[in-house]
Design a protein around this ligand. Structure first.
Ligand SMILES: CC[C@@H](C(=O)O)C(=O)SCCNC(=O)CCNC(=O)[C@H](O)C(C)(C)COP(=O)(O)OP(=O)(O)OC[C@H]1O[C@@H](n2cnc3c(N)ncnc32)[C@H](O)[C@@H]1OP(=O)(O)O
Ligand SMILES: [Co+2]
Length: 134
């Protein structure tokens, strides 16, 4: 059911510093910061030859990554995002198999302008999974 790895997301306490490190130390192609108020984060995408890295910094008072950063103050890998061809069909199939879909269960528009959903990390080997409709 899942397709390509769309991105690996890393939560960071200082987006500017992390972006500079990827650009200047690792020599990667970094994009501009994008505020995503519907998701409570500011993101920077780093384009690699085979996938993307999404750097995440909290935005607003009740960011979903605030708890993660409190537990991991230096930052860390926060989620992985897989592409699916039909996100509602994927959701229904996963729910029928007992996986917990986070939030309302209805897809939201993600940073690429496409529908996204999140699956509980406790149901996927301790890894928060994002699905994005390709
Ligand atoms: C920019 C848009 C979009 C895109 O297009 O790419 C994005 O990527 S937005 C990214 C941010 N959005 C989200 O993360 C939405 C989904 N996340 C959530 O709903 C919550 O963060 C959460 C996963 C339900 C966690 O909620 P929280 O209140 O922070 O923590 P809890 O204490 O309830 O956690 C329960 C349990 O799970 C562990 N946990 C939490 N986050 C992670 C994680 N990222 N990876 C692995 N494990 C995680 C947490 O440690 C708790 O475990 P125990 O301590 O063992 O109970
Ligand atoms: Co993401």
């Amino acid at each position: 059911m899942i397709g390509r790895l769309n991105h690996v997301a890393i939560a960071v306490p200082d987006l500017e510093a992390a972006t500079a490190q990827y650009r200047d130390t690792l020599g990667a192609q970094v994009g501009p910061p994008q505020d995503e108020p519907d998701h409570g984060v500011t993101v920077v995408f780093i384009t690699l030859p085979n996938t993307k890295i999404e750097l995440l910094q909290p935005l607003g008072d009740d960011s979903p990554i605030a708890g993660f950063l409190a537990k991991n103050p230096s930052g860390g890998i926060h989620h992985i995002c897989y592409e699916v061809s039909d996100i509602r069909a994927a959701r229904d199939r996963l729910k029928a198999q007992g996986a917990r879909v986070l939030g309302t269960g209805e897809p939201k528009i993600g940073a690429h302008g496409k529908p996204v959903l999140f699956l509980h990390p406790k149901d996927f080997a301790g890894t928060l999974v994002e699905l994005e409709q390709a």
